[in-house]
Design a protein around this ligand. Sequence first.
Ligand code: PLP
Length: 401
Amino acid sequence: MDIRSQFPILEQQVYGHPLVYFDNAATTQKPLSVIETLRRYYTTINSNIHRGAHFLAAKATDEYEQTRRTVQHFIGARHSHEIVFTRGTTESINLVASSFGERYLGEGDEVVVSGMEHHSNIVPWQLACGRKGARLRVIPFGDDGVLDLEAFRSLLNEHTRIVAVTHVSNTLGTVNPVREIVDIAHSRGVPVLVDGAQAISHMAVDVQAIGCDFYCFSGHKMYGPMGVGVMYGREEILEELPPYQGGGEMIKDVSFEVTTYNELPFKFEAGTPSVGDVLGLDTAIGFMQDLGLDNIASHERELTEYATRRLMEVDGLRVYGTAPMKTSVLSFLIGSSHPYDVGTLLDKLGIAVRTGHHCTQPVMTRYGIPGTVRASFAIYNTKDEVDCLVNALQRIAPMLA
Ligand code: PLP
């Protein structure tokens, strides 16, 4: 398959230069097949799901529920009702923090997160802790961006109620040993949520092999549409959690005196979901499976290794995040320049990178820096584009000194 021709957005010029899109950790571009699914949904089957007795409602419901099974198999879940559709990783984590916090957190309890979490895996827990008088504990990481598992072990105690860690750091690229983290936590009877936002498009994920209790991700970071995400939760634990939001579809019976809740997964899917986007997620998964998860991983590994080597040719460039296990995220600074200045100059040369704290302010505090320039790669990126970035950096470096 000619991959780039599947992504029309990449064909354009920006400020007279061919677009080089290196902001994939923020969101990936969408292949034609996903765009076509959205068009087909809105031109042929748009309808509200589950409640209608007519042809379109039945078809939309069938495809929506088929996507649930697609996701189940994609991440190796035991049951399709363990897959809950949300708006994205942020909503998925808020759902767990809110429902789990409501049911299990109390005064003096502790929630363990890591020092490299996205704000989406910090703030929902802070809010839950604040409501219940619990507190956050933080797993530190070394200069290379590797989590300190000894420190993690020593953080676990009889007050720990849950561990919430990212599978892959969106700033440092570190792939965390989630299986080991789960084993350590489970040996103390503590459940684990894994934030999979930055892992899901880069490697094969099997939630049963990881053994986690929750796994959260966003469609838009895996070639799918914005507006859809997934919260996977183990059946036994989901059964015990109270609903997150109240509304249509999540109920069995409602009276003014008492309401009983629907079965899984509907208990957690209040209101009308973004049906077309869910169908687009199905197509995005098909796109990745057609390419092969292993092929995607090896292409991106090769590109990351090449880019890491070539970036070293730029005077004064420092990379943040040098863990042996990394995905395709490269965070760097040049000399004492501000990341925003680097990003702005690159933009004028048609190169899209992200600058700033990447919603991981504690990571920046850890290194004592205001932010980084982040280039992140996807399956459609090429070595030529990396060369283009390196040439541009060499060109602008003297302006930054
Ligand atoms: N977690 C990580 C590691 C992320 O990188 C991101 C987004 O960048 C999120 C959570 C939040 O994802 P979303 O904005 O799609 O909800």
